[in-house]
Ligand binder design. Structure first.
Ligand code: NAP
Length: 447
């Protein structure tokens, strides 16, 4: 088996040189899915995984805009349309200076499996730009978003490709992107998700990724007759996913000890309660400040510059910032400090070395493609509500979100339970996600 996997990975490497994040994501999938393919005649010998690692279409484009000083700026825009076997391409847009082909292809590849796991009819895609929103004025953000959409609009559509937010793309950016799309397409359609509530957005969409990550952790803990209640929880990030993961942990009776940003992390041994979290939300969302400013309001907390929070002792860890933020040594620190459960809110935050360490220790570990699927699932619910021209209540959407997270958890058990009873959620998510997409691709022929 090892030689089949290596041969496959060598071929993917040759075709995708200088794309380490993409290769990392493919390796994690290949190691669990290729053994499954070999055992199942309907998939074997059809190069089905090789077809899945090749994007159906990649678009890159120039984005020119004028900053507040009258200088002309040039950025690069991308959209990766990875797989449309089970529905229109669906996946977020990321605005961050580190954005490149490797990062967007890894995200688009993961998205295919994640969207399949939700059981909703969504293919996988991802896009974005190397534009850095930090320190830009509202007018600069608007001019950039308008320029970006003035090209992207010809590649997307409510039945073709439906982007959403991701790092650096929140409610403000979705508003500006939608405004330009509506103007140049002369139509009000559900072409983007994460829209404002008064113009087509779904209730619970902003909360969904963070809430879903915690619901998934709760499902995992329940398999051990345990729960979030009373647990010490370490969270990284302080953006959309981290904020609502923290909110849900607090609501479910857990104690949130940390939050972070790319400069460092804060540790509040008294716990970040509802009032403190409200301060963080205002600081990050309205003032666009840095997490270390938490100490101006709550001086008993500690701030550590330039580090991630994984050395803080905890029961549950929720990495909610970015890819490869939790490395092998971080995994070892978490384990030696007694961590029993890791549920990924971010995409691919744990390196493959860290994941192997969690698996060897047989702790509860959920990969982002399963545990953070609540966001895209609720985007799927937003698309349905847009088509029906109808809005579900907060309670209805939350109930559906909980059910979807429960169903994803069940699928992971179905395909990931090992002989000794340990649930390998990585294997479960990869195979369950693969089966639905592969079946659709086989049914549709070689296209
Ligand atoms: P966001 O609101 O932009 O927040 C991102 C957070 O991560 C910020 O605190 C940011 O700190 C931190 N961060 C970004 N790059 C970092 C780096 N290189 N090192 C350390 N910290 C870094 O984005 P988000 O929507 O919460 O997304 C967070 C993660 O969740 C991403 O992996 C994203 O792909 C994933 N995700 C998001 C959704 C969704 O619905 N939004 C759905 C599924 C998965 P700075 O402010 O210092 O940059």
């Amino acid at each position: 088996m090892k030689s089949i996997i290596n041969e496959f990975l060598d071929l993917v490497k040759q075709r995708n040189v200088n794309e380490p994040e993409f290769l990392q994501a493919v390796e994690e999938v290949a190691e669990t899915v290729l053994p499954y393919i070999v055992k199942h005649d309907i998939y074997y010998g059809k190069n089905i995984l090789l077809r899945m690692v090749e994007p159906e279409r990649v678009v890159t484009f120039r984005v020119c805009w004028v900053d507040d000083n009258g200088e002309i700026q040039v950025n690069r825009g991308y959209r990766i349309q990875m797989n449309s076997a089970i529905g229109p391409y669906k996946g977020g847009l990321r605005f961050h200076p580190t954005v490149n082909m490797s990062i967007l292809k890894f995200l688009a590849f993961e998205q295919v499996f994640k969207n399949s796991l939700t059981t909703l009819p969504m293919g996988g895609g991802k896009g974005g730009s190397d534009f850095d929103p930090k320190g830009k004025s509202d007018n600069e953000i608007m001019r950039f978003c308008h320029a970006f959409m003035s090209e992207l609009f010809r590649h997307i559509g409510h039945n073709t490709d439906v982007p959403a937010g991701d790092i650096g793309v929140g409610a403000r950016e979705i508003g500006y992107l939608f405004g330009m799309y509506k103007k140049i397409s002369n139509g009000f359609t559900g072409v983007l998700t994460g829209k404002g509530l008064s113009w087509g957005g779904s209730k619970i969409r902003p909360e969904a990724t963070g809430y879903g990550t915690v619901y998934f952790a709760e499902n995992m803990l329940n398999t051990k007759n345990d729960s979030i209640k009373g647990k010490n929880v370490v969270i990284s990030g302080s953006g959309n996913v981290a904020q609502y993961a923290a909110e849900k942990v607090i609501q479910m009776g857990g104690k949130v000890l940390t939050l972070s940003d790319s400069s460092g992390y804060i540790y509040d041994s008294d716990g970040i309660n509802t009032e403190k979290l409200k301060f963080v939300m205002h600081l990050k969302n309205e003032k666009r400040g840095r997490i270390k400013e938490y100490l101006n309001e709550y001086p008993n907390a500690q701030y550590t510059e330039g580090e991630t929070p994984w050395k803080v002792p905890c029961d549950v860890a929720l990495p909610c910032a970015t890819q490869n933020e939790l490395k092998l040594n971080d995994a070892k620190s978490l384990l030696s400090n007694g961590c029993i459960c890791v549920s990924e809110g971010a995409n691919m935050p744990s390196t493959n070395g860290a994941i192997n360490t969690f698996h060897k220790a047989k702790i509860l570990f959920a990969p982002g493609k399963a545990s953070n699927a609540g966001g895209v699932a609720t985007s799927g619910l937003e698309m349905t509500q847009n088509s029906l021209r109808f809005n579900w209540t907060r309670e209805e959407v939350d109930k559906k979100l909980k059910e979807i997270m429960g169903n994803i958890h069940d699928s992971c058990i179905e395909y990931g339970q090992e002989e000794d009873g340990y649930i390998n959620y990585v294997k479960g998510a990869n195979i369950a996600g693969f089966v639905k997409v592969a079946d659709a691709m086989l049914a549709q022929g070689i296209v």
